[in-house]
Design a protein around this ligand. Structure first.
Ligand SMILES: [Fe+2]
Ligand SMILES: [Fe+2]
Length: 167
C-alpha cells in the first residue's frame, strides 16, 4: 500500500502523461495539415507511447490498492507556427516531464517507498531516451531548414520504420 500523498502525485503524473498524448495528437493533426505526413506519423507514435506511460502508472496504482482519479485535461497549448516550432515545443515538454518524474522519484525517496521508487526507474530511463531522440530530431530539423523538410521526412520514415520493427 502506498501513501495517499504518493498516490495523489502519481495521479497528477497520469494526467501529465495523458496531456502529453493530447499535445502530440494535436501536433500530429497540425503536421498533417502542413502536408508533412511522416511527421504526423511520428507524432501519432509519440501519442501512443504517452498513453502507454499513463496506463502503466494507472495499473501500478491499482496493483497497490490505490484509486485512479482521472483529472481534467487542458487544451493543448503550443507554438503551431511551423514544424520546427512544434519540435522545439516537444523538446521543452519532454524536459518538463523529466523534471516531473524526478520530483516523483524524490517524493518516493522521502516517503521511504521502495516499490514506487523502483517502479519509477523505468520512467527515469524512458525520459533519457525520449529527450535524446527528440533532441536528435530537433537538430535534424534545424539542419534541414524549412525548404528541405520533405527530404528530412525520408530520413524520419526510416527512423519510424526502425522503431516499429523493434517493437
Ligand atoms: Fe511520457
Ligand atoms: Fe514523452
Amino acid at each position: 500500500m502506498i501513501s495517499q500523498k504518493m498516490a495523489d502525485a502519481i495521479n497528477v503524473q497520469i494526467k501529465e502523461e495523458f496531456y502529453s498524448a493530447y499535445l502530440y495528437l494535436a501536433m500530429a493533426y497540425k503536421s498533417e495539415e502542413l502536408g508533412l505526413k511522416v511527421f504526423a506519423e511520428w507524432f501519432q507514435h509519440q501519442e501512443a507511447e504517452e498513453r502507454m506511460h499513463a496506463t502503466k502508472m494507472a495499473q501500478y496504482l491499482l496493483d497497490q490498492g490505490a484509486e485512479v482519479t482521472l483529472l481534467q485535461l487542458d487544451q493543448p497549448k503550443y507554438d503551431k507556427s511551423s514544424i520546427s516550432a512544434m519540435i522545439d515545443e516537444t523538446v521543452k515538454h519532454e524536459k518538463f516531464i523529466t523534471n516531473c518524474i524526478s520530483d516523483l522519484v524524490n517524493l518516493a525517496r522521502d516517503e521511504k517507498d521502495n516499490a514506487t521508487f523502483n517502479f519509477l526507474q523505468w520512467y527515469v530511463e524512458e525520459q533519457v531516451e525520449e529527450v535524446a531522440s527528440v533532441s536528435e530530431l530537433q537538430d535534424l530539423v534545424k539542419l534541414a531548414g524549412p525548404d528541405q523538410l520533405l527530404i528530412l521526412e525520408e530520413r524520419l520514415r526510416q527512423l519510424v520504420a526502425a522503431r516499429n520493427s523493434a517493437e
